[in-house]
Design a binder for this molecule. Structure first.
Ligand code: FES
Length: 341
């Protein structure tokens, strides 16, 4: 396979090789370089660089992570650019983005699925090598017959059986989830590139952990909690899970936690529903409202004392982030989330 030289000019002068079918971000991370990024999907804009010399192919020319103005100024998204020649770029690398586990491409076999709610399922795939990732990370899945890659977070932990599990919610008219829910059958093969993501479990500070999720944001949060209950550094540390859904049918977390002795002995679960019109809502005896309000009402004055890991629909994560930062001045270093939009 042809590969190209990517020369990084500026204070961080360096050079790495990038395969002709890889993105500049993928090439940088695979070579152990700390290229800043979040979504790896063209949405967040955090992987911007300046193209000084050479040619790239853009996988998604209208990706929302880059404004037309930034594009005119020669900026590009490293997660959406594939090199066509040797390149010179300007970008700032940062140590905190040096991958603990370098992403790699591999083939997976579909081995099972467990339905969690009417529209959410945990899918399980098996690789021929160990599954290596940190709790809370995600991978890019290449699904047969589906254009482009889909980012999904793992729900399990790294393991020597090669198992990669993902909690995935069906997207109305979504081609990726149509394949996963309706077409894929046992033994089918897909391709994976990963792991990616920086919102993984940290165990090196004294704070207790709050996980907040909605929808399939449950997947990374489950992985984080599963990692936390097994981390000796977090022994005796409080762990709380807040989960919000539209209606009672969406609230699957009580059963998931109850079925896992390690989780059920450590994790305090809080749930709320937000749609009074959802099926079964009138019989719901738990909390009602948005999940960020549930966090606020439950934690009270202690709200500033925790580490927060959160994932879910953008309105949910935005509301939580705004509340923590603006209302309670929770430092950014206590919040872990990846923006997929
Ligand atoms: Fe490239 Fe988000 S736009 S990492």
């Amino acid at each position: 396979m042809t590969n190209f030289s990517i020369r990084v000019s500026g204070a961080d002068e360096k050079e790495f090789r990038c395969e002709a079918d890889d993105t500049i971000l993928g090439g940088a991370l695979r070579n152990g370089n700390g290229f800043p990024y979040e979504c790896n999907s063209g949405g967040c804009g955090s992987c911007q660089f300046e193209l000084l010399d050479g040619e790239v192919e853009e996988l998604w020319p209208d990706a929302p992570g880059l404004s037309p103005r930034a594009r005119e100024r020669g900026r590009r998204l490293a997660c959406q650019c594939v090199p066509k020649t040797d390149l010179t770029i300007k970008a700032s690398f940062r140590d905190e983005y040096v991958p603990a586990v370098a992403p790699k491409k591999q083939s997976l076999t579909f081995v099972g699925a467990k339905q969690l709610t009417p529209d959410m399922t945990e899918f399980s795939f098996k690789a021929s090598e160990d599954a290596e990732f940190l709790p809370g990370q995600f991978a890019m899945l290449d699904l047969p017959g589906v254009e482009g890659l889909r980012a999904y977070s793992m729900s399990n932990l790294a393991n020597a059986d090669g198992l990669w599990n993902f909690v995935i919610k069906r997207v109305p008219d979504g081609k990726g989830t149509a394949y996963l829910f309706d077409i894929m059958k046992s033994g089918d093969e897909i391709s994976l590139d990963g792991p990616y993501g920086n919102s993984y479990l940290r165990t090196d500070n004294g704070r207790e952990i709050i996980c907040v999720a909605g929808g399939s944001g449950l997947s990374p949060v489950l992985s984080i909690l599963r990692g936390a209950v097994q981390a000796p550094e977090l022994e005796g540390r409080g762990l709380k899970l807040f989960y919000g859904g539209r209606g009672p049918q969406d609230i699957c977390v009580h059963d998931i936690v109850a079925a896992d002795p390690l989780l059920s002995s450590r994790v305090e679960v809080h749930t709320a529903i937000s749609d009074e019109e959802a099926p079964g809502a009138s019989e719901w005896t738990g909390a009602r409202g948005f999940v960020h309000e549930l966090v606020k009402n439950t934690l009270g004055d202690d709200i500033k004392e925790f580490d927060y890991y959160f994932c879910g629909p953008p309105p949910m994560t935005d509301a939580l982030q705004r509340m923590l930062m603006l209302e309670y001045k929770v430092p950014a270093k206590q919040m872990y989330f990846d923006r997929f939009y």
